[in-house]
Design a protein around this ligand. Structure first.
Ligand SMILES: [Zn+2]
Length: 426
C-alpha cells in the first residue's frame, strides 16, 4: 500500500492526498486560490444537501454561474469525491438536471479511538456512511502508550488493507483520546484515566504501517463526539437552529465535556475547554486520577457508578441498568448520587457558558431515564437562566461510537476544506 503517482490508470493511490498540485507561478496564485475556495464551496454544498442536488440548484444557492459550477462539479466527479446519479424527474426550468451526491465508498476518514476500556477503529465515507467498525475490549488504565498503539495498529491493519483492495482511498486518520492535547505537535499532554502525560501519540502511530503514509491527527473524545452529534442533529433536523447550541457530556470512566454554540465547538484558548469531569463536587471527597480530590468523575464516572452499586468495574453498564430496573437499592442509590453530582456540575457549567441545553452522551445516553430527574432538579434549582428559559436535558442522537464517528468526520473535513488536494487539476 503506497501513495505513488505511478499507479496504473484508473487505480487510485490507497492512502494520503494525491500529488496533483503544482503552482509554481505566483501570478496564478490568487486566481487558483479563488478556484480552490469555490471547489470547496461546491463540494460542501453537495455533502450538506439533505437530498441529491443539481448543478442549477448549486449555482443559485452559492451565487456562482452555472458554467463555473459545471466546471467545478466536473473536477469533483473526476476526483471521485462526487457521484452523478440519475436525471432529476422534475425540473422547474423544464430540463432535467443530473442529480449529484457525495461519492459513496470512494474516500473515507479513518477514526481511531483509545478509551479506558476499549480501542476502536472505523471509517466513514463522504456520504456519511459507516464503512466498518471494529472494537477490542481491554483495560487501558495506566497502559504503556506504545503497547496501546501496537494493539490499535493490529486492529486497524487488516481493515485498511480491505479498503485498499476495494480501491477506497483513506484520506487520513484521527485518534480520539480522553485527554488534553497539543494537536499541532501530535502530543497528548494529559490523559489522567490512561495515566498518560506528554505522549507523542501521532509519532508513535506513524512509526507503524500503514500510518506512516497517512496524515494522522489527534482529537479530544468529547469534542469529537459533540461534532458527530452536531451532524446527527443536522441530518435528522432536530429542533432547528436552537438545537445546535448545547453542553455535551461524554460519560465513561472519565467524563468529557464539550461546549457547542451554533453548531461550532467552543474550544477555548488552547482547545482544552469542557473538562467537566474535574469539576469539584466536594473538596474533601475521594482522590481523583488527575491528582485533585472530589472531582465529578469520582461520583458519576463509570467506575464510581459501578462500585457504588456493588458491581465490579469490568461489568458493562447494562448490568447497572438492569439492577436499577430490578429495583436493587445499591444501584438506585448509586444513580441517585451520580445524578445529583452531575446536576451540580452541569448547572455550574451552564451558568458560566450560557447554553440552555444539555446533551447526555456515552454511558449517560443509556442511563438517561435513571439520571434525568436528578439532573433536572439541580439544574432548575441552580441555573439562573432556568427562570426565563427552557433548560433541557436531552439524550444524544449519535450513539456510543460518537467519538469514533467524529474522528472520521474531522479527517473528512480536511478534504471538504481543501478538495483541490484530492482532485486532478483543472
Ligand atoms: Zn479530577
Amino acid at each position: 500500500m503506497k501513495a505513488s503517482p505511478q499507479e496504473a490508470p484508473g487505480r487510485r493511490p490507497a492512502i494520503g492526498p494525491r500529488p496533483h498540485r503544482g503552482r509554481a507561478d505566483p501570478r496564478a496564485a490568487r486566481q487558483s486560490s479563488l478556484r480552490e475556495h469555490n471547489l470547496s464551496l461546491v463540494l460542501r454544498h453537495i455533502v450538506d444537501a439533505p437530498t441529491p442536488t443539481t448543478r442549477a440548484r448549486i449555482a443559485s444557492s452559492v451565487g456562482l454561474t452555472r458554467a463555473t459550477v459545471s466546471d467545478l462539479v466536473d473536477r469533483l466527479l473526476r476526483g471521485q469525491l462526487v457521484a452523478e446519479l440519475e436525471p432529476e424527474t422534475v425540473d422547474r426550468a423544464g430540463r432535467p438536471g443530473m442529480l449529484l451526491a457525495p461519492a459513496q465508498r470512494a474516500v473515507v476518514g479513518l477514526g481511531l479511538e483509545i478509551q479506558v476500556d476499549r480501542i476502536s477503529v472505523g471509517a466513514t465515507d463522504l456520504a456519511g456512511s459507516s464503512i466498518f467498525q471494529l472494537d477490542a475490549e481491554g483495560n487501558f488504565r495506566g497502559c504503556d502508550p506504545a503497547e496501546a498503539v501496537r494493539r490499535l495498529v493490529r486492529l486497524a491493519t487488516p481493515a485498511v488493507a480491505r479498503l485498499d483492495a476495494e480501491g477506497i482511498l483513506v484520506a487520513g486518520a484521527c485518534v480520539s483520546v480522553p485527554g488534553m492535547m497539543q494537536r499541532n505537535d501530535g502530543l497528548v499532554l494529559l490523559a489522567p484515566n490512561l495515566g498518560w502525560e506528554g505522549v507523542p501519540l501521532v509519532a508513535l502511530l506513524q512509526s507503524h504501517q500503514p500510518f506512516d503514509l497517512v496524515p494522522v491527527e489527534l482529537g479530544n473524545d468529547a469534542d469529537l463526539a459533540a461534532r458527530a452529534e452536531v451532524r446527527a442533529r443536522a441530518s435528522s433536523r432536530v429542533g432547528g437552529h436552537a438545537a445546535q447550541s448545547f453542553l455535551y457530556l461524554a460519560g465513561g470512566v472519565g467524563i468529557g465535556g464539550a461546549i457547542v454554540v451554533d453548531g461550532e465547538l467552543a474550544g477555548g484558548q488552547h482547545g482544552w475547554s469542557g473538562e467537566i469531569g474535574h469539576t469539584v463536587i466536594d473538596p474533601d471527597g475521594p482522590r481523583c486520577r488527575c491528582g485533585a480530590t472530589g472531582c465529578l468523575e469520582q461520583y458519576a464516572g463509570k467506575d464510581a457508578l459501578l462500585l457504588a452499586a456493588g458491581l465490579d468495574v469490568c461489568e458493562p453498564i447494562d448490568r447497572l441498568l438492569a439492577a436499577a430496573r430490578g429495583g436493587e437499592e445499591p444501584a438506585l442509590q448509586s444513580l441517585d448520587s451520580a445524578s445529583c453530582a452531575l446536576g451540580m456540575a452541569i448547572a455550574t457549567a451552564m451558568n458560566v457558558v450560557g447554553v440552555e441545553q444539555v446533551v447526555l452522551g456515552g454511558i449517560y445516553a443509556a442511563l438517561h431515564e435513571q439520571l434525568r430527574a436528578g439532573i433536572e432538579t439541580q439544574v432548575r434549582r441552580r441555573v439562573l437562566a432556568a427562570r426565563w428559559g427552557d433548560v433541557r436535558v436531552e439524550t444524544a442522537i449519535e450513539g456510543g461510537d460518537a467519538a469514533l464517528v467524529g474522528a472520521s468526520l474531522q479527517v473528512l473535513d480536511r478534504v471538504l476544506s481543501d478538495p483541490a488536494d484530492w482532485v486532478p487539476a483543472s
